[in-house]
Write a protein that binds this ligand. Structure first.
Ligand code: FEO
Length: 395
């Protein structure tokens, strides 16, 4: 794609990355890619907002030059130092060595550490403005969304918010960058997966940031990943507010691990019992078969959560431990939670579930249900009973 005009003098000069398979080295992009959105305002002074991941820097510079020609870049605004947006700074600075770099007091130590850049720096504070000529920029600090130095830039004249990771999504837009050019349903899950895995831990700070930005009269939202929202910015705003408030829908996610099928059988019995108890939406995941990001994304969406795991050498099944690690980070404090712990001679899974419940202050629907090996009739009835309790708790 070529550079795209967003408003008078304001252009998208971002890139789509299909080369990276794991975002942050963790989260599968599933062949759908991710976009690194960057922007230029071609005013009396030329301001570039963010760079892109270094592997796509040539394409980014080509787009920049297609807009500004032989003009120089006066300012680079660094909204965020995570290298998916900042690792192109070195090459941009080499091309425009007189360029001033705008960030905040937390930006520059990271920049020095990552890229050994410590000159041509202009530090801005919350609410400070910069005039480019026709266009005026304002800077707002949004700490910990997603890193300590994170900030957003608001273009006052055209009411464009350059929102950095806020309002971002996985999945590279195909053929057109704007919301009105895309099927928004296709971006619902990539947005939820992105939010729950990347921003979920700092949802509280995200909500603060959203409240702060709520005072601005925003016409267009230009995030660092995903779509540019020019037609219906309220769509992504509402989705982000709902996720940041941890508002959940009715439904239950069951995540289970199973070595020889007994815990799987218990999990499937649980799903049937939940359905019989009136729960319409049930998501069943084998933790060994499903990437954790898909489970986390659905756990973020649905109110009910069951975790079912075998014991393993006196501890919990390792792939369930991995899920517990991430769940403890993002917390499940808006959920109703139940546990099934399988054992054959000694327990182990129950101890990890117990520690997890204490650490996260999870709202348990019942005590941990212990199941010895293949569930017998008594245990099958206990599964039905705990399913009924979950169904009741969701009402
Ligand atoms: Fe897209 Fe936190 O960087």
């Amino acid at each position: 794609m070529k550079a795209v005009k967003i408003k008078d003098d304001i252009f998208w000069i971002g890139v789509n990355d299909y080369q990276t398979t794991l975002f942050e080295g963790l989260w599968p992009l599933d062949g759908q890619g991710v976009s690194y959105n960057a922007y230029v305002i071609n005013d009396e002074k030329v301001a570039v907002i963010d760079t892109v991941k270094y592997i796509k820097e040539d394409e980014y510079l080509e787009k920049l030059k297609s807009i500004i020609g032989d003009k120089k870049v006066d300012y680079l605004i660094v909204n965020h130092m995570e290298p998916d947006h900042s690792s192109g700074i070195v090459q941009l600075f080499e091309a425009y060595p007189e360029m001033k770099i705008i960030g905040n007091k937390k930006t520059f130590p990271i920049m020095k550490n990552f890229y050994d850049i410590d000159h041509n720096l202009i530090e801005v504070c919350d609410g400070e403005s910069l005039s480019l000529g026709k266009h005026t920029l304002q800077f707002y600090m949004t700490p910990m969304v997603h890193w300590p130095e994170s900030m957003v830039t608001f273009e006052v004249t055209e009411k464009v918010l350059f929102s950095m990771d806020v309002f971002g999504s996985f999945k590279a837009p195909v053929g057109g960058i704007f919301d009105d050019q895309n099927d928004l349903d296709e971006f619902e899950l990539p947005t939820r997966r992105y939010y729950s895995t990347i921003v979920g831990k700092v949802a509280g700070q995200a909500l603060k940031a959203l409240n702060k930005l709520g005072g601005l009269e925003i016409g267009t939202i230009c995030p660092s990943h995903g779509l540019i929202w020019r037609d219906n910015p309220g769509h992504i705003l509402n989705q982000y507010v709902k996720m940041s408030k941890k508002e959940t829908d009715d439904g239950v996610v069951i995540c289970y691990g199973s070595m020889y099928g007994n815990t799987q059988k218990a999990a499937e019995l649980l799903a049937v019992a939940l359905k019989e108890a009136g729960v319409k939406t049930i998501k069943l995941y084998d933790v060994a078969q499903t990437d954790i990001s898909y489970m986390i994304a659905d756990i973020w969406k649905y109110k009910g959560l069951f975790l079912a795991s075998p014991s393993y050498y006196g501890k919990i099944y390792p792939k369930m431990a991995n899920l517990l690690y991430k769940l403890a980070e993002i917390k499940v404090d808006n959920h109703k939670v139940g546990f099934l712990a399988e054992y054959s001679w000694s327990g182990g899974a129950d101890k990890s579930f117990d520690e997890f419940a204490c650490d996260t202050k999870a709202d348990l629907i019942d005590e941990i249900l212990m199941i010895k090996g293949a569930p017998d009739e008594t245990e099958k009835n206990a599964i039905k009973a705990i399913a009924a309790k979950m169904a009741e708790s969701l009402k």
